[in-house]
Structures are given as structure tokens and as C-alpha cells.
Design a protein around this ligand. Structure first.
Ligand SMILES: [Zn+2]
Ligand SMILES: [Zn+2]
Length: 370
């Protein structure tokens, strides 16, 4: 096991001279290519200076109690459908009482000219990360986060026996639609390959076919030690991807060939726990508040054949541009292509600086919110 380390990034910041093509490009609106989704996006860093008179996000709610009698995820409490949670000690999994997918779906298909539809079978589970209502992954101890990693892996293996696609994800914070602060994530597993998965499957397969190597392993090698890295060690690299769409989006890539979470060895699971705490801690310290985000794992589909073009990775999509202004994906994004306001290099530099700051006490967090 190796300690999580940060790259210096000092010599490669955006203030580099004219010899650096990225620094030159970053001074003017430019487009960047996302090889994983085979799409381009617009980067216009000057726009961060524009006056903002739009929506201001309210500060997140203040500190919460360790146990909330009204929470439907706390140990021993009753859920909305009347079922009672066990008095669980660390993690707890249950099938979503209001699932978007159901396993007992009959096969049915519609093909009528341009109208096509098919029944989708699947299941949705809720994963409680801790019995403590007041914690977040960022503020849990490393062995506790390791338990969550093992849970993600075990659930993936079990659901992969029955479903082609296993989507592990977490919506954190009210801004991302998580109305309950209790630390929890979800797994949706389904019989079809969803749209984003199919796109990444195709790009990774094409790259492997052309180069005989995994796209994301080559990307991790190219980024290692560079200006977009937030944290890395021998097993993992966390970077603001060159093609990031959200202001502080990050991509976490396993550095050794591995297709899915269950394939991670003991050391990689341990170091993953450390890297998750580091990354999410840097998010929380960036604006001195519990940072909202959607995160999720992308792992090879389960379809009974070799998937050696796939490399295990996780995406983190936090919506905030500043402490109280969020990025909206609206007009140009919906109609033309994604546009971002600060460069990936600047975002990574700020996250590294936040990571270097001392961990705030809970009173400190409250003060920052006030
Ligand atoms: Zn709770
Ligand atoms: Zn992905």
C-alpha cells in the first residue's frame, strides 16, 4: 500500500509561457475533444469574470445529528412502505421501495416505423454507507470507506450474474436531488446497455482495436504527474479530465488493468478508500461546505465474454462553480455542445490547493456557511 500523494503541478500551471500549447489555447475560447464519449466541448475561460446576477444557491443545511428518528435510512427506523430497517452496525442494503426498474418484466417490444420501445428488466438497490446519519464518505474513517468499497464490489458481482449493466452511483446533496443527508448510494442494474455505457464501450473497443491498449490506461499514463492531477498513487489516478464538462469534474482511473470493482485486489481497495477520502475532502475544503456531486462507477458490462478493452473508472460530477453559483447545462449545452468557464488545469490547481489546506472542524464548516 502506498501513501496518497499529490503532484507538484507547479511548473505546468496555466501561467506557463508561449511555448506551452495548452497555455496558449487557454487564453482564448477553444474546443477540447473527449475521446471517451467521442465528442467536443467549448472552453471559454474568460467568462468566469462576467458579473453574475442569476440564481444564487442557498447554503447547505447546517450540521445534522448522528441519528434522526424521521430518517428512513437510519438503523431501526421504519421506511415509507412500512418495512423496518435492522439495527445495522456499518452498511445496509435494501431494494428500493419505489424502484425505477423491476426484475419481473415480461419481454415485450414495439417496432412501428420510427417508434421503437422495449420492456427493460432490472432492479434498484439503496446502499447505506454508515449507521451514522451525520457522516459523509469524505468524513468517514478509511476502514469504513474500505467497507463501502467492498460492498460496491460484492453487489456488482452478485447483480452481474443476472444483469448486463450494473450502475453504482451516489447523489450527494440537495442540489443533486438527494433529499436525505444520510450517507447512501444506489445501484441500478438492468438487462440493456444504457446510452452512456454503449458510447464508452464503443470508444474503448475502437481504441483497443487500433492500438492494442486500453484507452484509459494510456490516458492515465499521459496525465500522471501532470497539471490536471488532483491525487495519485501506484494504484489510482484522480484528474480533472482534459475534456471536463462540469467545473470541478474529476475522473478516477485504476492504473492497473482491471475491468470491474470485484477484480480489485486488497491493496487497490485500501488505496481507493484513501484516494476517495482525499478527493472528497478537497471538494469539501474548496468552498468550505459539504460539496454536492453525482458520482458513479463505469465498469465492463456482464455479457459472458472477454471485455479487455474496458478499464474500471469513476466519474465525479459536482455542479458548483463557486460556493453559491451552480453550472447550468442549458441553451448552448442542450442545443449545440457543452461549454465550460474555467480550464481543467485551473480547476485541478484549486483542488490541489484545497487538499493542502488543513481539514476544517465542524464549527469551521458552520462558520464558512454562515
Ligand atoms: Zn439517517
Ligand atoms: Zn465512464
Amino acid at each position: 500500500m502506498t501513501a496518497t500523494r499529490r503532484p507538484s503541478g507547479g511548473a505546468t500551471g496555466p501561467s506557463r509561457g508561449d511555448s506551452d500549447p495548452i497555455a496558449r489555447l487557454s487564453r482564448r475560447p477553444h474546443r477540447r475533444y473527449n475521446p471517451l464519449l467521442d465528442e467536443w466541448l467549448l472552453v471559454s475561460s474568460d467568462r468566469t469574470r462576467r458579473p453574475w446576477q442569476g440564481r444564487q444557491e442557498p447554503p447547505p443545511p447546517g450540521p445534522v445529528e448522528q441519528y434522526d428518528p424521521a430518517c428512513f435510512l437510519c438503523p431501526g427506523n421504519q421506511r415509507a412502505n412500512g418495512a423496518a430497517n435492522p439495527d445495522y452496525a456499518s452498511t445496509f442494503v435494501f431494494t428500493n421501495d419505489f424502484a425505477a426498474l423491476r426484475p419481473d418484466a415480461p419481454e415485450e417490444r414495439l417496432e412501428d416505423g420510427l417508434l421503437r420501445a422495449e420492456v427493460e428488466a432490472g432492479t434498484c438497490r439503496v446502499l447505506c454507507f454508515s449507521r451514522r446519519h451525520d457522516l459523509t464518505l469524505a468524513r468517514m474513517e478509511r476502514p469504513e470507506v474500505r467497507t463501502v468499497v467492498d460492498l460496491w464490489a460484492d453487489q456488482t458481482a452478485e447483480l452481474g450474474d443476472r444483469f448486463q449493466w450494473v450502475q453504482v452511483f451516489e447523489n450527494r446533496g440537495e442540489m443533486m436531488g438527494a433529499s436525505n443527508p444520510h450517507p447512501h448510494g444506489q445501484i441500478w442494474a438492468g438487462s440493456a446497455l444504457p446510452h452512456e455505457a454503449a458510447r464508452e464501450d464503443a470508444t474503448q473497443r475502437a481504441y483497443d482495436g487500433e492500438h492494442g491498449r486500453r484507452l484509459l490506461l494510456d490516458y492515465a499514463t499521459q496525465e500522471a504527474g501532470g497539471p490536471r492531477v488532483v491525487v495519485e498513487d501506484d494504484d489510482w489516478l484522480v484528474a480533472v479530465p482534459f475534456w471536463a464538462a462540469w467545473p470541478y469534474e474529476t475522473l478516477l482511473i485504476a492504473k492497473r488493468p482491471v475491468e470491474r470493482l470485484p477484480g480489485l485486489d486488497d491493496a487497490a481497495r485500501d488505496s481507493l478508500a484513501g484516494n476517495l477520502i482525499a478527493l472528497l475532502g478537497s471538494y469539501d475544503r474548496l468552498f468550505g461546505l459539504s460539496f454536492p456531486y453525482s458520482m458513479g462507477w463505469h465498469q465492463a458490462p456482464f455479457r459472458g465474454r472477454s471485455e479487455e478493452h474496458w478499464q474500471l473508472h469513476a466519474h465525479f460530477f459536482p455542479p458548483l462553480l463557486t460556493a453559491n453559483v451552480r453550472k447550468f447545462m442549458v441553451g448552448y449545452e442542450l442545443l449545440a455542445e457543452t461549454q465550460r468557464d474555467l480550464t481543467a488545469e485551473v480547476a485541478a490547481e484549486r483542488l490541489r490547493a484545497a487538499l493542502a489546506r488543513p481539514e476544517p472542524t465542524r464549527t469551521g464548516e458552520a462558520a464558512a456557511r454562515a
